[in-house]
Write a protein that binds this ligand. Structure first.
Ligand code: NIG
Ligand code: FE
Length: 431
């Protein structure tokens, strides 16, 4: 049945990147297939796409439906970005950490001396829920203005059951306010709180006893994540947390092999996690195991860039082995203060040696798989949700080529125009 509602006819896209294909994550050579239509068009009714094709082939149907025409004038039209890894709810910044790192201290050293996540946790504890929501809403507006239509949001700066609940309540509130789709993840095991330094397992058990039942009862999170790292939680502790999460209906995802190789990727595979993220230190056998698994390998090169590491995760090895690679911003105050997926595409090309087409598939359809939403999101196909971005370029490769720009001139979520630059204002182009 075709849903009722406002209809739009996005027509004359110079390149319409449909990302259409079989309903499986894109692997190997398929990652580079964008399903491009020249002079393409998308016809929507309410929140749903009802037609995708050449403009002239959809014209009559658009007229019959009295759809409002939006002339895309030769621009690139693509699915909205799915940013599948962010830590968007935080207070203050970590600009002092940033400068200290530039003077030579490492992320781990700063974390060990009370900076890092511990500092962000103190600032979050001091902030009101209202302040947290106001900041987060500002970030969400920026995400929309850069072409992102779905965003995963992790907790993680609570470091106590009470402040994790405060973060979850803030996420619940912004979910109601924002037109973007927000996917909440419980990352309560992000750093070991000072009082649990010698017994991290007791903190995990506290989370399992006090926090997870409440989260499950009120449906405050969909996924559970842990920071599996020498400066955070061991593989055994992460397993304990993720298994407790599973018992409460939370789907695992994991920060794995970011700063060192700890075995997190294997744990993610073992638990059939939705995603293993970062993966800087995976070895060849981890890559083969990921390729054989259903775990999406989510790469976040913004973190490497901002930390000035000079090294990047082995994207080519993962793609060539057949892993399902996704890209995300990892937007957070400590390691990746960017929410621009277009810049992540540029890093994916220049630093990870991905092609522009591979990067776009990784940032849309594969990211949608990692959030278990690929039945609705990540490609422009009839029956899917009308989530798209119009980019002010005539060739999709120019999105990463002209790097660190914002090419997005219009963003559409569930069939609503949620962002439009003045020069593509609806009034000027409605026919
Ligand atoms: O993805 N690795 C752990 N979490 C974040 C960093 C969070 C922080 O430093 O505030 C990351 O890089
Ligand atoms: Fe992260």
């Amino acid at each position: 049945m075709i849903p009722a509602g406002l209809s739009f006819f996005f027509r004359h896209a110079g390149q319409l990147l449909t990302l259409s294909g079989p309903p499986v994550p894109r692997r190997g050579p398929d990652l580079g297939e964008l399903g491009i239509l020249r002079d393409g068009a998308v016809l929507t009714r309410g929140p749903i796409i009802v037609g995708v094709g050449r403009t002239r082939d959809l014209d009559a149907e658009a007229r019959r439906m009295k759809a409002r025409a939006i002339d895309c004038r030769g621009r690139v039209v693509m699915p909205g970005f799915v940013d599948s890894h962010t830590h968007l709810v935080f207070a203050g910044s970590r600009v002092d950490d940033f400068e200290e790192r530039l003077r030579g201290r490492t992320y781990e050293e700063i974390a060990a001396s009370g900076g890092g996540i511990t500092l962000s946790a103190r600032l979050l504890g001091e902030a009101s829920t209202r302040e947290l929501c106001a900041r987060a809403c500002h970030f969400l507006e920026q995400l929309a203005a850069h072409g992102t239509t779905t965003v995963e949001v992790k907790t993680g700066y609570g470091l106590s059951a009470a402040n994790e609940m405060k973060t979850l309540r803030a996420i619940e509130r912004i979910r109601k306010q924002s037109p973007l789709e927000i996917v909440p993840t419980l990352l309560a095991a992000h750093a070991v709180p000072a009082q649990y330094r010698k017994r991290p397992r007791a903190y995990i058990d506290l989370l399992a006893r006090r926090l997870m039942p409440e989260v499950a009862k009120n449906r405050l999170a969909e996924f559970i994540d842990c920071f599996c790292e020498r400066v955070a939680f061991s593989v055994a502790d992460c397993r304990r947390a993720l298994e407790a999460g599973l018992r409460h209906g939370l789907i695992p995802r994991l920060h794995a092999e970011q700063l060192s190789r700890t075995g997190g990727a294997r744990l993610a595979i073992d638990l059939d996690a939705a995603s293993a993220d970062h993966l800087d230190h995976v070895n060849r056998s981890d890559i083969r195991a990921l390729a054989r698994s259903g775990v999406v390998a989510t790469l976040v090169p913004g973190a490497n860039f901002h930390l000035g590491l000079g090294t990047y995760p082995p994207a080519r090895g993962l793609i060539e082995a057949g892993a399902a690679v996704a890209l995300a911003t990892d937007f957070n105050p400590g390691t990746s203060p960017t929410l621009n997926m277009q810049f992540v595409l540029a890093l994916a090309c220049s630093a990870l040696r991905m092609t522009p087409a591979e990067a776009i598939s990784a940032a849309t359809i594969n990211a949608a798989y990692s959030l278990r939403r690929a039945d609705r999101l990540g490609s422009l196909e009839p029956g899917k949700q009308a989530d798209l971005a119009v980019m002010e370029v005539d060739d999709y490769r120019k999105i990463p080529y002209y790097f660190a720009w914002n090419h997005c001139v219009m963003t559409v979520k569930r069939g609503w125009i949620i962002y439009a630059q003045d020069r593509l204002g609806v009034s000027g182009i409605v026919s």
